[in-house]
Design a protein around this ligand. Structure first.
Ligand SMILES: Nc1ncnc2c1ncn2[C@@H]1O[C@H](COP(=O)(O)OP(=O)(O)OP(=O)(O)O)[C@@H](O)[C@H]1O
Ligand SMILES: [Zn+2]
Length: 457
């Protein structure tokens, strides 16, 4: 029994020694930990001071309200001041984007646009003004940016982005923005970004709607992955055709600025495979998931066949500007110039002048002898419009006793050509009773060449 007690006592002593040793170890570890915590605290306290080196007192005051955001902080602000961003297009999207990037303290801002400021730009292109009308947009925007924040290095490029200069320009900027308005430039910027491995923050706005995506970012798709081939040129509507409420590109440009600031300050963007859609009429934002990067994509896929920039105007079948978007759907014989139409008016030849613009445009201005049937109504064969057309033709036929000349007009001479094609084969209209031609260049050519008092829009 004594032996058993002795053995138990010995075991107890051993356990007590082990416990003491463990306690000692624990104590040492705790001490080490607290030293580590102390060290960490010291580092945390020191790190703003370390990164402060690049922020002046004036910077701290200027950016104080955003420096207070834990998501940005000094580290993010310093990152912003070290980043270079290129804005392609200083129009409705590019202006608000550049304005907020400059205000937030982006280091270097490239502002690229080939065009000059026009009066019709001012309702949405908020960096330009009445006094900079006629000046290159890139310079006008740079002037406004310098007034806002002289610490931003602002580089204006008054030129057209093309296959010849795109790669060299994009190479200088780690972050790209698409703010332009035509399909060839969209493909050009996409391809140049993929080839240079740069993310592309892209937006668009038309009428009351806008869209935003970040292409070629964190393994997400590029523009070509989603749209391998361009849309037919005649299906593309731009702001000068479809109209736009200025604040809509304003909102989309600001959203672009937000994504740029997040990416540049290291917060990242969640739009690498998402399309944000804004409906200004409904006041609603929706986000849809896009298809992923396509392995067969010709530019970013596994076996890319497009390794150099191509001829984008040829690829898209349209010009890389929206200025001279002129369709040629008819033969010469099916068209008259504004001068020829003027002679017809002067000769008082009985005819029908059919204005195929939407009613909102007719309300802006029209020729007094015209009747209005919008192209969309002709396409839909709206009963009341077809009746109006038939009745007018039959009245005129009583005067002419022969085929009635019908002249179709629109703003620029694109929709009028589509209307001629439509009328020539339209059932319900006695097509053998009429000859149909369009007025080349439309009412804007009329305003420029015939009647200078006619409004341009
Ligand atoms: N390849 C390009 N290189 C440089 N700038 C471009 C290029 N393509 C388009 N742009 C510019 O992008 C801008 C797009 O702006 P926005 O869509 O607001 O249209 P806009 O052409 O100014 O106006 P509107 O269509 O009303 O005449 C324009 O200023 C245009 O000059
Ligand atoms: Zn792709």
């Amino acid at each position: 029994m004594d032996d058993t007690i002795l053995s138990l006592k010995t075991q107890l002593l051993e356990r007590e020694r082990e416990i003491a040793a463990l306690k000692k170890k624990l104590h040492q570890m705790e001490q080490g930990n607290s030293m580590l915590t102390e060290l960490q605290e010291k580092v945390t306290n020191l790190s703003p001071l370390i990164s402060n080196v690049t922020l002046s007192n004036e910077d701290i005051m200027r950016y104080s309200r955003q420096l207070l955001l834990p998501e940005l902080g000094v580290k993010g602000q310093v990152a912003l001041s070290n980043v270079s961003v290129l804005v392609v297009g200083c129009g409705g999207l590019g202006c608000p984007l550049a304005q907020y990037l400059a205000a937030a303290g982006i280091g270097r801002l490239g502002l690229l646009d080939y065009d000059v400021v026009e009066l019709s730009n001012l309702h949405r292109q908020v960096l330009h003004s009445e006094v900079t009308q006629g000046q290159p947009k890139a310079l006008s925007a740079a002037q406004a940016i310098r007034r806002l924040n002289s610490t931003v290095q602002c580089v204006p490029y008054h030129l057209q982005l093309s296959r010849d200069n795109a790669r060299q320009l994009i190479q200088q900027y780690p972050l790209m923005n698409y703010c332009s308005d035509n399909v060839p430039t969209r493909y050009l910027v996409n391809d140049a970004c993929v080839l240079a491995g740069k993310p592309l923050v892209s937006a668009s706005a038309l009428r009351m709607e806008g869209q935003l995506t970040v292409y070629n970012y964190r393994g997400g798709p590029c523009y070509r992955c989603l749209f391998p081939s361009p849309p037919p040129p005649e299906t593309v509507t731009n702001c000068s055709d479809g109209g736009v409420l200025g604040v809509v590109p304003g909102i989309m440009g600001c959203l672009q600025a937000l994504e740029v600031l997040k990416i540049a300050s290291g917060q990242g963007s969640s739009f690498e495979q998402q399309l944000l859609m804004f409906d200004g009429q409904e006041g609603r934002f929706r986000s849809i998931r896009l298809r992923s990067r396509q392995i067969e994509c010709v530019v970013c896929g596994e076996k890319p066949t497009l390794t150099e920039l191509q001829d984008y105007e040829q690829f898209c079948g349209s010009a890389a500007t929206d200025k001279c978007r002129r369709l040629t759907l008819l033969t010469k014989e099916q068209r008259v110039s504004v001068q020829e139409y003027r002679a017809i008016l002067d000769g008082s030849t009985p005819h029908l002048l059919l204005d195929v613009r939407p009613k909102v445009e007719v309300d802006i201005c029209h020729l007094s002898t015209s009747i209005n049937i919008p192209l969309a109504s002709l396409e839909d064969k709206k009963a009341e419009h077809i009746t109006l057309l038939k009745e007018t033709i039959s009245n005129l036929r009583q005067q002419t006793k022969s085929q009635v000349p019908v002249f179709v007009v629109c703003k620029l001479g694109n929709d009028s050509q589509k209307a001629v094609q439509l009328l020539e084969k339209m059932s319900g209209v006695e097509t053998e009773q009429i000859t149909v031609k369009d007025i080349s260049g439309g009412l804007m050519a009329w305003a420029k060449n015939i009647d200078h008092s006619f409004p341009q829009y």
